[in-house]
Design a protein around this ligand. Sequence first.
Ligand SMILES: [Zn+2]
Ligand SMILES: [Zn+2]
Length: 145
Amino acid sequence: MTQTPETRLRNAGYRVTKQRTAVYQYLLSTDAHPTAETIHLSVRHRLPNISLATIYKAVDSLVDVGLVNRIQRGASSARYDAAVKDHAHYRCIGCDGVWDTTQYATPGGTPQAFEVVRVNVEFVGYCADCRHLKLGLESLNTPII
Ligand SMILES: [Zn+2]
Ligand SMILES: [Zn+2]
């Protein structure tokens, strides 16, 4: 049974405001896993008076009702993702980029032993651009024979 985003918000006691709607629509439109600051910069084109605090409140409510996932790792800024179907992420150490991937193995075992309701898997490394940059730097140090 699928509820509309509006119904999910209302059932949880949230009002469906134009700010929440704008934030959710922006997150649906991007796969860049933006930070709250990036969401703010984009949503401000539509709602010029929206504050960063309002963006935080909006994403908090969307996360609370399960429309948006928050990806938080260590000290870096939280990233937001409206694609709540189970998927894993690649995160680049070099540029802090985050990309979706479905290439991961779900654990085996019986549903009685553990019922998986959400997947939170992150592969950390270097994207193609950063790898190229890194290899380029390494090659400078390679002795010429
Ligand atoms: Zn990178
Ligand atoms: Zn994602």
